[in-house]
Design a protein around this ligand. Structure first.
Ligand code: ATP
Ligand code: MG
Ligand code: MG
Ligand code: MG
Length: 477
C-alpha cells in the first residue's frame, strides 16, 4: 500500500467518524520552545491548554514533523526519520479512552478491502501506563487482546505532559511484531527492535503540578474536560504495508537512494557503511527540502543551523560515496517529485528552494576542501603515534581557520576511528571568547566569513542541544 493510500485511509476513517479534517500546519510555528513542529498535537496546543476554544469537538490531521533529536539515529535504526508525517486524531472534551482505542483498533485491523490496514490482530502488542487499569481492560474488551500482549510501563515511557503544570495523562502505544527475523519474542516491546511502534494514544485526563508524574509524582487533579491526542507514524505503517526493512526504503523516500546509486555507481545493499550514507542522504534530502519549503534558510541561528547541518551531512555523505559533483539540487528534484502531490507548494516554490540549496552547497564545498586536507593529515599523525584522540587544538584550528563546526569534526573523527579532546577544544574556545570580550572595546577583528562559523560552533556546542532538549521536553510523547 502506497503512502498516499495510507494517508487517505486514515483521513477517511476519522472523517467518517465525525472528525474535521485539518490541513497540516507549517513546520515552523511561533513557539519559542520549539524549533520545528514535532508532533501532530502542536498546532492544537492552545485548545488543549484552554487558551482558545476549539472550533471542533473532533479533528484529524496529517502533520509534517521534524525531530532534530533523532538525527543521530537516522540510517542506523530502522525507524527514525528527521522528517516524517504524523497522522493524528484529536478529541476536545468529546470521546475518550474507549473510543480512542476502538477507532485505532478498527483502522489497524480492518481488512484492506474494508478500508483498513489489514494488520494481523495476533501480531499487535500494546503498552499501557503502570496505573492505567482502565486502558488495560479496554484493550481486552474492545480489541480482545490477551494480557500477555499488554505490557505496563512506567511514567518515563508512558506518561505524557508538557513539562510544566497543566494537562497530562497516560499513554498507550501500539506495536507490530515483525517476526523472528527481527529478534526474540516477548521482551519489553519498547526495547526490542522486533516490535515496531506505530501509534501512540495519549489520554489527557490529569492536571499535573510542579512535579512530573513522569518521575512518579502524583497529578494534582483531574481535568474537567478530558481530551484525546494520538499520533500514528505514516512512514512506520508504510514500512509494514510495503514489506520493506526500514523507513528509508518506503515509496516516498527510496527514490533518493536510487538517485544516489545512479550518481555514485555504488549499490545500496552492498556494504553496511555505504548503506548508512545512502539512508542519511535520503532522509536528510527530504527534511532539508521540506524545511526550506517552509521558509527557513541555512544560517547560524537555531533553525538555520539545523538545516545547515542536515544539508552538509548530505553533501559529505555523497562525497564519501565517491560523488564530487554538486548533489543537493539533484536530490531535491527527486524529493519534489515524490512529495509534490501531497505538498504542492514544493512544486510551485521549487525555483527558490533550488537556489537556496545551490548557494549552501557552493559555500560548503569550498570549506570542505581545505579543512578535509588538514583533518586527514592530523588524523594520520595521531594514528602514526599510536594514539586515538585528536587533540583539542586541532579541532580548534579546524574551526577557527577552516570553519569546521565541531560536530563535523566529531563525525569525521568517529569515522576515522578516533575521538576528539572536546574538553581541550572547549577550553580554547572559551579562551578565545574571553579574548574577544577583552577586545570588545576595539573594533571587530575582521576574519571575514569565519565569525559566521564561530557563532555556528557556539550554537552547536550549547544552544543547539538546549533547543532540541526543550523541544523534546515540551511535546514529545
Ligand atoms: P520511538 O520510541 O520509536 O522513538 P516515539 O515514542 O518517540 O517513537 P511518539 O512521540 O510516540 O514517538 O510519536 C508518535 C508516533 O510517531 C510514533 O508511534 C511513531 O509511529 C511516529 N514517529 C515518532 N518518531 C518518529 C521518527 N523519528 N520517524 C518516523 N516516525 C516517527
Ligand atoms: Mg522517539
Ligand atoms: Mg517510543
Ligand atoms: Mg511513542
Amino acid at each position: 500500500m502506497q503512502t498516499h493510500e495510507i494517508i487517505k485511509r486514515f483521513r477517511e476513517h476519522f472523517e467518517n467518524n465525525g472528525h474535521t479534517v485539518v490541513p497540516s500546519a507549517s513546520l515552523i510555528l511561533d513557539d519559542p520552545n520549539l524549533l520545528f513542529v514535532n508532533a501532530g498535537m502542536v498546532p492544537f496546543k492552545p485548545y488543549f491548554l484552554g487558551e482558545a476554544p476549539p472550533p471542533f469537538k473532533r479533528a484529524t490531521s496529517i502533520q509534517k514533523c521534524v525531530r532534530t533529536p533523532d538525527i543521530d539515529e537516522v540510517g542506523k535504526t530502522t525507524r527514525h526519520n528527521t522528517f516524517f508525517q504524523m497522522a493524528g486524531n484529536f478529541s476536545f472534551g468529546d470521546y475518550f479512552k474507549e473510543d480512542a482505542i476502538r477507532l485505532a483498533w478498527e483502522l489497524v485491523t480492518n481488512p484492506q478491502d474494508k478500508g483498513g490496514y489489514g494488520f494481523d490482530p495476533e501480531r499487535i502488542w500494546v503498552t499501557v501506563y503502570e496505573d492505567d487499569d482502565e486502558a488495560q481492560q479496554l484493550w481486552q474488551k474492545v480489541a480482545g487482546l490477551p494480557t500477555e500482549r499488554i505490557q505496563r510501563r512506567d511514567g518515563k515511557d508512558n506518561y505524557w505532559d508538557m513539562g510544566v503544570p497543566g494537562p497530562g495523562g497516560p499513554c498507550s502505544e501500539i506495536y507490530y511484531d515483525r517476526g523472528p527475523a527481527y529478534g526474540k519474542e516477548g521482551g519489553p516491546v519498547v526495547d526490542e527492535d522486533r516490535y515496531l511502534e506505530i501509534w501512540n494514544l495519549v489520554f489527557m485526563q490529569d492536571e499535573r503540578g510542579e512535579l512530573s508524574p513522569k518521575l512518579g509524582h502524583k497529578p494534582v487533579g483531574s481535568l474537567p474536560n478530558k481530551n484525546i491526542d494520538t499520533g500514528m507514524g505514516v512512514e512506520r505503517v508504510a514500512v509494514l504495508l510495503q514489506g520493506v526493512d526500514n523507513v528509508y526504503e518506503t515509496d516516498l523516500v527510496r527514490p533518493v537512494i536510487q538517485k544516489a546509486e545512479e550518481l555514485s555507481g555504488r549499490k545500496y545493499g552492498d556494504n553496511p557503511v555505504d548503506d548508512v550514507r545512502f539512508r542519511v542522504i535520503a532522509d536528510h534530502a527530504r527534511s532539508g527540502v521540506l524545511i526550506v519549503g517552509d521558509g527557513v534558510t541555512p544560517g547560524n541561528e537555531a533553525r538555520g543551523y539545523v538545516l545547515r547541518r542536515l544539508l552538509r551531512r548530505i553533501v559529505r555523505s555523497a562525497r564519501l560515496l565517491g560523488v564530487t559533483e554538486p548533489v543537493l539540487v539533484q536530490f531535491a528534484e527527486v524529493v519534489r517529485d515524490a512529495m509534490g502531490p501531497a505538498y504542492p507548494d514544493l512544486v510551485s516554490g521549487f525555483p527558490r528552494i533550488a537556489q537556496v540549496l545551490k548557494a549552501e552547497e557552493d559555500t560548503f564545498l569550498r570549506t570542505l576542501e581545505a579543512g578535509s586536507r588538514i583533518f586527514d593529515n592530523a588524523a594520520a599523525e595521531v594514528k602514526a603515534d599510536g594514539r586515538a584522540t585528536l587533540p583539542g587544538d586541532k579541532a580548534f584550528q579546524l574551526h577557527d581557520t577552516y570553519g569546521f563546526p565541531i560536530d563535523l569534526t566529531l563525525e569525521m573523527a568517529s569515522e576515522a576511528g578516533l575521538t576528539v579532546d572536546e574538553d581541550g577544544f572547549r577550553k580554547l574556545m572559551a579562551e578565545q571568547r574571553a579574548r574577544a570580550k577583552a577586545d570588545a572595546a576595539g573594533k571587530k577583528t575582521g576574519h571575514g566569513d569565519q565569525t559566521v562559523y564561530r557563532e555556528l560552533l557556539e550554537l552547536g556546542a550549547t544552544e543547539f542541544t538546549g533547543y532540541s532538549e526543550l523541544a523534546s521536553e515540551a511535546t514529545l510523547r
